[in-house]
Design a protein around this ligand. Structure first.
Ligand SMILES: C[S@@+](CC[C@H](N)C(=O)[O-])C[C@H]1O[C@@H](n2cnc3c(N)ncnc32)[C@H](O)[C@@H]1O
Length: 385
């Protein structure tokens, strides 16, 4: 892997010291979920909170809206029927560089169906600045409709909530099951490096959640995985602010029976540093992204328990094709060879099964509406959850 430069190393040192202080002031260890929260979101220091270039070719990873505007145009096609029938707003959570917001707004403008406002809520102050720059450049004439929020709106609203690759960036609890004994992964400081240790799983809520999650797993003698405990309150807070409309969440992951599969006995933690993917979250704190795949069954339960109806679940490929990706390709001028070939490449990346087409899924929830979302029409995989 490329080594961080002096400035990056100094930044990493600062955050490392900060985490070490917390470890030493407590019981000599912190749960991995706390380590991940600090590594990603510690104010001014965490990976998402500080100023490094994260997304895009010059950053650490590339997301679907960065690959092609067609992705965001397809998302816009799912906002369209809701805005046409019910009016209202769009709320995007974790808007990254702002490129998806720009492309969605441009598509909705083309379709003469702009939302009353486009709200953005992102934990990262650094990315909020980036979003402002992107949107000032790309959609200066629509800026008055764009609102940056510090928290979810106080008043409930009608419309659509969107989040691409936000669930995978939420801190998760890591656990190990060894010979029927359950442990939570904690992080200690050896004096030179962070290390994992297994700690008795004493917290009842976590134990019960893990038991429930792995109930379909054939136990093996040494099994490591992850669980997202925040998602229930997150879905409940979305249900509390969305009076009528839909929530569309896109991310990589599986239904529970595939997620907690004996073959995945090392878990799904993944780190991204300068386009290298690896599985050691304890190095380069503050300089690398740390993610876990999403258990979509847990998301579905959390949504339904919060009062949503499960509107759809499908692969990214089916979702995009159902939303009109083919027609968007057909509208391109094949004589403009450069643009045509470039777009064809982007579409392959978004849809081919060995690229993002299968691993990435889309889950949709609705509330107080029966509007059909085109992305879920081609394939109904809700039965797999
Ligand atoms: C992997 S990036 C994805 C960015 C963008 N959606 C994209 O597809 O390019 C994750 C984003 O989610 C944000 N984020 C993580 N947890 C969040 C939360 N609970 N609420 C709002 N934003 C969150 C991060 O700050 C970051 O902008």
């Amino acid at each position: 892997m490329p080594l961080p430069d002096a400035e990056q190393q100094a930044h990493c040192q600062k955050l490392t010291q900060h985490i070490v202080n917390e470890i030493q002031q407590g019981e000599g260890r912190i749960p991995f979920a706390r380590f991940m929260a600090m590594a990603l979101y510690e104010p001014g220091l965490g990976y998402y909170s500080a100023g490094s270039q994260k997304l895009g070719e010059a950053g650490d990873f590339v997301t679907a809206p960065e690959i092609s505007p067609l992705f965001s145009r397809c998302i816009a096609r799912n906002c369209l029927p809701i805005l046409q029938q019910h009016g209202g707003h769009v709320l995007e959570l974790g808007a990254g560089s702002g490129v998806m917001a720009a492309d969605i707004l441009l598509e909705l403008e083309r379709l003469s169906c702009l939302p009353e406002s486009y709200m953005i809520l992102d934990l990262s102050a650094d990315l909020q600045q980036k979003q402002k720059k992107t949107l000032e450049q790309r959609v200066p004439h629509l800026l008055e409709r764009i609102v940056w929020l510090k928290q979810l709106p106080r008043q409930s609203f009608v419309g659509v909530v969107l989040a691409n690759e936000v669930l995978d960036a939420m801190p998760i609890h890591r656990f190990r099951i060894r010979d029927d004994q359950y442990f939570e992964t904690h992080v200690v400081w050896s004096g030179e490096a962070f290390q994992f240790i297994d700690h008795d799983l004493s917290e009842k809520k976590l134990y019960a959640a893990i038991k429930e999650a792995v109930k379909l797993t054939v136990p093996c003698s040494n099994y490591i995985s992850e669980i997202n405990l925040s998602v229930r309150s997150w879905m409940a807070s979305l249900a509390a602010v969305l009076a009528k409309g839909a929530v569309i969440l896109i991310d990589y992951g599986f239904p529970a029976h595939e997620y907690y599969h004996p073959e995945r006995a090392e878990g799904t933690l993944m780190c991204h540093y300068r386009h290298r993917a690896h599985d050691n979250p304890l190095i380069f704190p503050g300089l690398q992204d740390i993610t876990a795949h999403v258990d979509f069954t847990a998301i579905a339960h959390a949504g339904v328990d919060a009062g949503f109806s499960l509107a759809g679940f499908t692969s990214q490929a089916y979702f995009l094709i159902g939303s009109g990706l083919d027609e968007m390709m057909a509208e391109l001028d094949p004589d403009d060879i450069k643009n045509y070939l470039e777009t064809a490449q982007q579409v392959k990346k978004l849809t081919l099964p060995h690229e993002m087409g299968e691993l990435f899924k889309v889950i949709g929830f609705s509330k107080n509406m029966d509007t059909v979302l085109p992305g879920f029409v081609l394939q109904d995989a809700r039965g797999r959850l």
